[in-house]
Design a protein around this ligand. Sequence first.
Ligand code: PLP
Length: 486
Amino acid sequence: MSTLDPIHWEDARAMGHRMVDDMFEYLRTLPDRPAWQPMPEGVKNALQIDPPHQGTHLNMVYEEFTKNILPYPVGNIHPRFWGWAQGCGTVTGAMAEFLAASVNCMSWGGDQAGVYVEKQVLSWMKSLMGFPSDASGILTSGTSTATLIALAVIRKKYAPQETSDVGVNQSIHPLRFYCSSETHNCLTRAADITGMGKQNVVSVPVNARYEMNTALLEEKIIEDKKRRHVPACVVGTAGTIGTGAIDDLNKIADICARHGLWFHVDGAVGAVLRCSKKLSPLLSGMERADSLAFDLHKWLFVPYEAGCILIRDAELHKKTFSNPASYLALMDGGVTPQHEFFFNEYGLELSRGMKALKVWMSIKEHGLDRYGEIMEQNVSQARYLESKLQNHEELELVATGPLNTVCFRYVPKNWDTKSLNSLNKKLLVEIQERGVAVPSPFTTDGKFSLRVCITNHRTKNADLDFFLMELLKIGRELQTTKPWEA
Ligand SMILES: *Cc1c(COP(=O)(O)O)cnc(C)c1O
């Protein structure tokens, strides 16, 4: 008989213990390693071999993991990783992933723990976000997927009834979506995939604080109505990807109410700020959303991937995804009784794992208040970095927001914009390649800048000091060598 279980359980157990010990040591000693390092060609080649038909002893496979994979992650677990908007995970989250994979619950529905853990987590999320308890929701792989789900539900509501059967015809009276020019590109992608069309996502300009200009928003809605387009939804953002700006969510909610539009919020980064009593007033109006998409893998530090969509109209949500089949028939008892809950009626997937466990364990262990403290800490670290830039002779603040994001550049005297952009592009790459830190690029007003977005419970102020010190050293070096001119 052939099986994939260990032949010698004691050996396998010893191997498991070794892996756990190694990973704890790896996480404990994180700050001693570079924030990132490029993968050598040889290592990349080792990961491009033909599929093995014969097995290798697990010890050797693990050796290869420690040699070729472990040293070369993107770096987001490191205390000096501040690129894009990435979370750094937690030790408990990692352990929970192991537990979830061991139990390996296929959490589509029925009478089982996977479903009840997820329902528990979703009820916490509704409560945290100020949503009513009869709203619906589902955990997703992230905000991109959450947004896709939201757009499918919105289409169900606003498109002609037969759309689900005959497909989408957006050519005569297209559904229109409105968002600010700072909105994440997952929205246009979702509009494309759902057949709404990218050109029906109307980009509304922002004000000096990178927030949606709501007066222009209303003009665009009225204009579209005159053209017999069908205004369907306004997307507000709670924490833009560029500068962490938060749209005036109450104003947007008012406009949606006035015109009968759906109010969706992209809270990928910012929604979870409701964990902090101090910061949650910034999100005022978010609780009025018809749907809210947000991430748990960013500022809630749940290991990748974990996001969430909440939808006020649970019935409409279910109507969008429910699609009965005889092989999924519900019974009068057993594993799939009629009275139990089925997540495949609320999202894209049928087969799905127990994502909820890592969320449940983490929130239980730390408590929501602790997350709030970390977010406040990150926001004040951004202010600390900003204070270091003030009146600095060689550094210039380019853009900032109310949260955890600061964009700045290195500015030697008497350099024109074009040369400054070349210099700062090279500076960003050098800082990453020398393992100092990982900021990401951001360009506004034609100025290329280094963007620091601190969603990191491991960052200390000393990390920011070290980063600036190294940055100035490298900047001065590049300023004289000008390698981009070579
Ligand atoms: C990260 C992000 C997204 C996309 O979320 P994923 O979890 O990466 O799919 C959407 N909107 C904003 C504002 C983001 O920061």
